[in-house]
Design a protein around this ligand. Structure first.
Ligand code: S3P
Length: 174
C-alpha cells in the first residue's frame, strides 16, 4: 500500500517526524498510540495499568488490521513495541514501506529521562531499561525495515530526502 510506516524505539521521533511531514509535506498522518487512546478513551499508561500489556498488544494488532485498506498517502507512526509481535511485522509490510528511525541510546536517554508517560520505562534505572529493551529489539526493527535511517545527526528535511531517494514505491514523490 501507498503509505510510509515509521518504526523505532520510544523517543526516536516517530510521532514528531510524522507530524512534521503532515504539516510541511502535506501527507496524511496517523499514530497507532493515539488511534488506540481515542478508541479506548484512555491514555496508554491507563491501558497498561487497567488491562495489562497483553491487552494493549492485542489492541495494536487490531488497530493495524483496521488501518490496512483504509489509509493512503499517509505516514503511520507505530508504538515502539509493536513490531515485536511477528504477526504485526507482516501487517506493517502490508500497510506500506517500513522505515526504521534508528537513534543512539545516548540521544534516547536524554529525551526519555524525565518521561512519565511510558509504562515500560517507569521505575528503576532508566538507562539500563533503555539499553536492555534496545538490545532485545534492534534485530527485530532491522528485519522489519525496508529503509533504515540513522537519525542522530539529521534534520527532518534530510530524513525526508533519504526516504524519498530510497523508497522503491516512491511514495514521497507523489
Ligand atoms: C511502547 C512504546 C510506546 C507505547 C507504549 C509501549 C514500547 O510508544 O506504545 O508505551 O513497548 O516501546 P512510543 O514508541 O511512541 O513511545
Amino acid at each position: 500500500m501507498n503509505n510510509i510506516v515509521l518504526i523505532g524505539f520510544m523517543g526516536s521521533g516517530k510521532t514528531t517526524f510524522g507530524r512534521w511531514l503532515k504539516i510541511n509535506k502535506k501527507y496524511g498522518f496517523c499514530d497507532t498510540d493515539q488511534y488506540i487512546e481515542k478508541q479506548q478513551q484512555k491514555k496508554i499508561k491507563e491501558i497498561f495499568a487497567d488491562d495489562g500489556e497483553k491487552a494493549f498488544r492485542d489492541m495494536e494488532t487490531q488497530a493495524l488490521k483496521e488501518l490496512i485498506g483504509t489509509l493512503e498517502n499517509t505516514v503511520i507512526s507505530v508504538g515502539g513495541g509493536l513490531p515485536v509481535r511477528k504477526e504485526n511485522t507482516r501487517l506493517l509490510k502490508e500497510l506500506g514501506t517500513v522505515v526504521y528511525l534508528k537513534t543512539s541510546a545516548e540521544v534516547l536517554l536524554k529525551r526519555l529521562k524525565s518521561d512519565k508517560d511510558r509504562p515500560l520505562l517507569a521505575g528503576g534505572n532508566i538507562k539500563e531499561k533503555i539499553e536492555s529493551l534496545m538490545q532485545a529489539r534492534e534485530d527485530i526493527y532491522l528485519a522489519a525495515a525496508d529503509i533504515v535511517i540513522d537519525t542522530d545527526n539529521l534534520s527532518f528535511e534530510e530524513m525526508f530526502n533519504i526516504i524519498k531517494g530510497a523508497d522503491k514505491n516512491e511514495i514521497f514523490s507523489n
